[in-house]
Design a protein around this ligand. Structure first.
Ligand code: PGA
Length: 251
């Protein structure tokens, strides 16, 4: 049994003041545990604030929601992988559904970002997921495998032990409608088999955390975590309240 991973994706919520208030409550409720990994992924503007707040809590990891696909340059409004590392992040979401569907992020961009994350000592969480139309058309697996293969194209076999994957069906994100544990188990198995083929080792693939995301809350978390091949949860809405989140990570 792997240590479950609980990742809080705050999206565009919690500026520095709210982030500090969140940490005050969360850190008083959640004491260090070695049987789980907790990751907080604030908006870029709050990363250094959260880094400072976690200075004594090295058990909790810090992530960024996005990095730019180029290492540096004239890209107003963007932040690079190297800057994210400098600010204290050790994890980067790559290809989150909102990046893909709201900001038009392509598979090719996810590959560049994945490479830059690894080159800058950020562990990528490669996010994949099908839309409701793709699901209804029976192309769930084709979609998530295409996204996975594209993002991992520039990753060498020996780097697979540094990555994480998140299966987040687009129709489940922020909708209150989550995949069933059986649905999640099925797609996680598909993803894990592909990871094994890509890196040439079922043992390495077995060790890659594959998180489920999409309308996870304190009531469905335990059922989803108990599903075969679900190694953790990537949580948006239910990670915003420090009390709810401390209950959820204690699942
Ligand atoms: P949600 O978001 O938990 O609010 O559905 C999950 C995510 O987008 O990562």
């Amino acid at each position: 049994m792997k240590r479950p991973v609980f990742a809080a994706n705050w999206k565009m919520n919690h500026g520095p003041t709210e982030a500090r208030a969140f940490l005050r409550t969360f850190l008083s409720r959640y004491k260090k545990r070695t049987d789980r990994t907790v990751i907080i992924i604030p908006p870029a503007i709050s990363v250094t604030t959260v880094a400072a707040g976690l200075a004594r809590r090295t058990d909790i990891l810090l992530g960024v929601q996005n990095i730019h696909s180029q290492p540096k340059g004239a890209f107003t409004g963007e932040a690079s992988a190297a800057m994210a590392f400098d600010a204290g992040a050790r994890i980067a979401l790559i290809g989150h559904s909102e990046r893909r569907h709201v900001f038009g992020e392509t598979d090719a961009a996810t590959a560049l970002k994945c490479r830059l994350a690894l080159d800058n000592d950020l562990a990528p969480i490669v996010c994949v997921g099908e839309t409701i139309d793709q699901r209804n058309a029976g192309s769930t697996e084709e979609t998530i495998l295409r996204q996975l293969r594209a993002a991992l194209a520039p990753v060498s076999a020996d780097e697979f032990s540094r990555i994480l994957v998140a299966y987040e069906p687009v129709w489940a994100i922020g909708t209150g409608r989550n995949a069933t544990p059986d649905d999640a188990a099925k797609e996680h198995a598909v993803l894990r088999a592909e990871l094994g083929i890509r890196c040439g080792s079922t043992k390495v693939a077995a060790g890659i955390p594959i998180l489920y995301g999409g309308s996870v809350n304190a009531s469905n978390a335990a059922g989803l975590l108990a599903a075969s091949g679900v190694d953790g949860l990537l949580v948006g809405g239910a990670s915003l309240d420090a009390t709810t989140w401390s209950d959820l990570v204690s699942t």
